[in-house]
Design a protein around this ligand. Structure first.
Ligand code: MN
Length: 261
């Protein structure tokens, strides 16, 4: 495309576009600002509308999700989720949450997570965005057990694990999507430079995070790129290019591309 509009400039690999008051405007903003945005969902019922808007957009892709924090009320939606898996290349938000409010549903969360991972492996060519609050090691255990990394790829969203868990995830082939709130945590800042630069993506997790006292929007990832550049001692331009290259590699049709590098 001669005007370059078809090429993204930025990446927001985890954003709840359908939870903004103005979903359609949020999608148009991603296109106008050329932000390659993964519109994650929290329930499979949201898939249809997200898919419809993503299909009309240049830079937005829809993901099929069942959020671990909703499993207590929505575990019955697993049937719809499984029914929709063949239509979806992107899967999320899925994962585990062992925070105090969700701990009671943890056994159900594990059971459904496991089931989703197996279905993804059977179907092949899926890209997952995975939540792992207070459960990084459990999440990695399920991935190692039930997801074939030669067939599917994983992005750890808002990763809060230790350096050794980060190595374990990277060895499995995981990417890491980083947001500006994570970068406020001294622990995350210390961990980040040990994550491989060629596995980094940016995200907002909007509207659940804020920038300047208002909900983040996908274009805010530009600020995160600046912060990452300084942490990795790179120029912002090089950091921006690297993140775009990482996205292209992640979504390329050949999962073996990752294993060759
Ligand atoms: Mn989220």
């Amino acid at each position: 495309m001669s005007d370059g509009r078809g090429r993204p400039k930025w990446v927001d690999f985890h954003c709840h576009l359908d939870l903004y008051d103005d979903f359609e405007r949020a999608v148009r903003e991603c296109d106008a600002a050329q932000v390659a945005t993964l519109a994650v969902t929290t329930t499979p019922k949201a898939w249809y509308r997200n898919k419809e808007l993503a299909d009309q957009s240049t830079h937005v892709r829809a993901a099929l999700g069942l959020h671990p924090q909703l499993i207590a009320e929505r575990s019955s939606e697993i049937a719809l989720f499984e029914h929709l898996i063949p239509e979806a290349r992107y899967i999320g938000e899925i994962g585990l949450d062992a925070g105090p409010r969700y701990y009671r549903s943890f056994p159900d969360q594990e059971r459904l997570f496991e089931r989703i991972l197996r279905r993804c492996t059977e179907a092949g060519d899926k890209i997952l965005t995975v939540h792992s609050v207070r459960s990084v090691s459990k999440v990695l255990g399920h991935l190692e057990k039930s997801l074939d990394p030669a067939k599917c790829r994983v992005v750890m969203h808002w990763f809060t694990g230790t350096a050794s868990e980060a190595r374990r995830a990277a060895n499995f082939g995981c990417y890491f999507s980083v947001n500006h709130v994570m970068l406020k945590s001294p622990r995350a800042k210390a961990l980040l430079p040990s994550l491989p630069f060629e596995r980094l993506l940016t995200e907002t997790d909007g509207p659940f995070t804020e920038v300047d006292g208002r909900p983040s929007r996908p274009g805010d990832v530009a600020g995160t790129v600046l912060q990452l550049a300084s942490l990795y001692q790179e120029t912002p331009e090089r950091c921006q290019r690297q993140i775009l290259a990482n996205l292209r590699r992640l979504v390329s049709a050949d999962p073996a591309a990752d294993h060759a590098t």
